[in-house]
Design a protein around this ligand. Sequence first.
Ligand code: HEC
Length: 290
Amino acid sequence: MQNVREKSRNEKASRGFATRLLLAVTSGVCILLFQNCGADFVTMDSDALSSLGNFVCSGDHKTDFSKTYYPFFKTNCASCHNNSAPVNFAQTSLEASFLEFEKTNVDKIRQYALNPNHGSGAGGPEHQVAIDSAAANYASCKDVGGGSAAITARTAALAMTATATAALRTIDLDSQMQMGAGSFGGAKLHFQVRTEVVGGMQVYYIIKPSLQTVTSGIIIKGIHIRINGTLIETATTFTGVNKTFNPGTAGLTGQTPNGNLSLGTSVIEVPGGVVATDTVQFEFETLRVQ
Ligand code: HEC
């Protein structure tokens, strides 16, 4: 029953998208997408969301940082995160602060900002609206221009060979990179995939990507998806991922590797898709050892 409901919901949504996009797309290849946000995305109430209307992204992440997180840090966190904390994202220098911020996990920042036990009372629930606005505004800039985010690494094309049942697929980052190859200490990217035909169209579900680290810690940010070599600019389910994993964090336990990157599912329609040969690639704004 669960499956049937999910399917019909997606079917409806996909037709809405399909209709609008088909009108706009005249080229031969047309890939349509819609998605759900992962549970580890920053969540906001509708008041916080509606207050976002006026934020204008600059196209430069440091400038966006200076208008979002940085003022919050300077006001609330600078007494320690100026020079005496492990990450000093609230220094007088914007440049230096931004470099430190880039090393920090945004989920952790939110968690600490809301924790009344952190920083001798610096953190607390009173920061909820401010930190959520900063996070949402900053994250929204990551999506500006879709494919314009600077990509530093990309996995080689992997045939998904999906079936109706979700199955685990694994990419070895040490040996299966198309761009940004390096030594990632045995790290592997896992995800699940399944497929079905909805309204005559092949639909793929890319589910819960996760990272398994072995001998190196890994910093991973901004995951984009390519299908059959084409960047899916609207595939934003995983673009907000911003995580740091220590070495050895994620052993494979059966089918559920635990270095969770996102609990979300990216749903991608591939008109003319061929299950035996359709490929997926993941590309990253940041993928590097810690
Ligand atoms: C009184 C000093 C103090 C203040 C004020 C303070 N912090 Fe911290 N913070 C620390 C110390 C010390 C650590 C390292 C120990 C720990 O992780 O708890 C830390 C660690 C952190 C970390 C973890 C960094 C990492 O990557 O491991 C985050 C995130 C953080 N603070 C966020 C904040 C935010 C956001 C504020 C402002 C709302 C803030 N802190 C205010 C002292 C402070």
